[in-house]
Design a protein around this ligand. Structure first.
Ligand SMILES: Nc1ncnc2c1ncn2[C@@H]1O[C@H](COP(=O)(O)OP(=O)(O)O)[C@@H](O)[C@H]1O
Ligand SMILES: [Mg+2]
Length: 415
């Protein structure tokens, strides 16, 4: 049975404006095209499947942004999508900075990894899970190391620092089957002759030149961020369709963004090595603003965003406000440009109610018609504007009774 969304009052509008609210192409409301998520303003079922839309060419990448004020139903939607993706045989990995998904993980029998400084759980963003070529692995490890170093130092690396990092990585890769941050940093702090040979620099001043990088990276090994992403993991992930990494212990720490980068890199590694699993997976990054506030992390996120497509990963980032994206960096800065392109390149945007102060940003940055803009400040809980490729719809998200017990973060049953 379908019901109309009750809380939105009827509009008088022109056919032209109405065009923005109704599907222009059939792809996203054809029930055969994906999982049922709810219904549009006309009471018609709304279905969505990023992989199917990508396959059909309706969108050129399966990534999604979910934006909305607190309490609007973002997490409920993400959790319902996770449940429904899993039911289709897909995997879902979740970066969970607030520890909001642990109940869902427990209910679905997923693996919940809680990372705490000095704790007993660890993931290795440099671990290899098999099928990627060594060259590809090397370049993704190098770009991860550079990002981590630049993020912790708050500046880009000098050429000599980059070279030292590269040599340390190569040393670790030569000698260990599974390199780790710990082994790379060990080599940076005390380079071996082999490292010097590969640098082709006799002058041992390279040790001093790369000292800052080594000392900053030590934070992840012996400092305030120790023991979470620096060692080997002992996890059996092959049979795990659902993995949640709980970072709530770091939520208000300045180190959150660097650990988020490491965890996301680790998830991408695991998910890109198929090993008999369904090739499609959802990678959720909740509280994604924490990555965007740092230019190096934002740069890394953008390249990860692009790469994922080739690996069959749909990244799903959750933000509070569109201005989370434009509040980063100064006007004209690289950081601002990165955030803006992330927004524009993401072809699936789900926008829950926004503050009136956000409207100017919205109309400027996204193709939102005036009528949609007016709606956006009054959308009731659970209702969002969906922009999917060239199509825009207002959708009320429906959660099944059996799903609420796993989803409801406020522990109160919805009607
Ligand atoms: N589609 C929905 N229909 C009815 N109530 C909803 C819906 N989505 C969310 N809610 C209610 O709103 C509360 C807050 O939702 P939540 O997803 O945690 O918000 P957010 O993540 O945006 O802060 C939930 O606990 C739930 O009771
Ligand atoms: Mg939430």
């Amino acid at each position: 049975m379908t019901r109309r969304v009750r809380s939105i009052s009827p509009h008088e509008t022109t056919v032209f404006d109405l065009g923005g609210l109704t599907p222009l192409v059939g792809a996203i409301d054809d029930p055969a095209n994906g999982m049922y998520l709810g219904e549009d303003l006309m009471g018609r079922p709304f279905t969505f499947d990023p992989f199917e839309l990508y396959r059909r060419g309706t969108i050129t990448s399966p990534n999604q942004l979910i934006v909305g004020q607190i309490g609007r139903g973002k997490s409920a939607l993400v959790k319902a999508m996770v449940i429904r993706h899993l039911a289709l045989g897909r995997r879902a990995f979740i970066v969970d900075p607030k520890g909001e998904y642990t109940a869902l993980g427990a209910a679905l029998g997923g693996l919940v990894i809680k990372l705490t400084p000095g704790g007993d759980q660890c993931v290795n963003p440099m671990s290899s899970h098999g099928h990627r070529s060594r060259d590809k692995q090397r370049s993704s490890h190098l770009s991860l190391l550079e990002t981590i170093a630049a993020t912790t130092m708050g500046r880009s690396l000098k050429p000599i620092e980059r070279l030292a990092l590269e040599a340390a990585l190569d040393g670790a890769r030569r000698e260990e089957r599974q390199p780790s941050l710990r082994s790379v940093v060990g080599r940076l702090l005390a380079p071996t002759d082999q490292v010097f040979a590969s640098l082709q620099i006799d002058d041992r001043s390279v040790i001093n030149e790369s000292r800052d990088v080594a000392l900053e990276l030590r934070r992840l090994i012996d400092g305030d961020l120790r023991g979470m992403v620096d060692g080997q993991e002992h996890l059996d992930l092959d049979e795990q369709p659902l993995v949640i990494v709980d970072l709530s212990a770091l939520y208000s720490s300045a180190g959150l963004s660097v650990v988020m980068v490491c965890v996301m890199a680790w998830m991408q590694q695991v998910l890109s090595d198929r090993q008999g699993h369904a090739s499609q997976a959802l990678l959720v990054i909740d509280e994604a603003w924490a990555l965007l506030r740092d230019v190096n992390a934002a740069r890394w996120l953008q390249s990860a965003w692009k790469l994922s497509r080739a690996w069959g990963i749909s990244n799903l980032a959750v933000l509070h406000r569109i201005s989370d994206l434009s509040a980063v960096g100064n006007e004209g800065s690289e950081q601002r440009a990165l955030a803006t392109s992330l927004l524009l390149e993401t072809e699936v945007r789900t926008i829950f109610a926004q503050n009136a102060s956000e409207l100017e940003q919205l109309t400027r940055r996204l193709q939102v018609t005036e009528i949609q803009r007016d709606l956006l400040v009054r959308l009731p809980r659970g209702t969002a504007l969906w922009q999917v490729g060239a199509t825009t719809q207002v959708v009320h998200h429906r959660v099944g009774r059996f799903e609420w017990a796993m989803i409801d973060t406020d522990q109160m049953l919805a009607p």
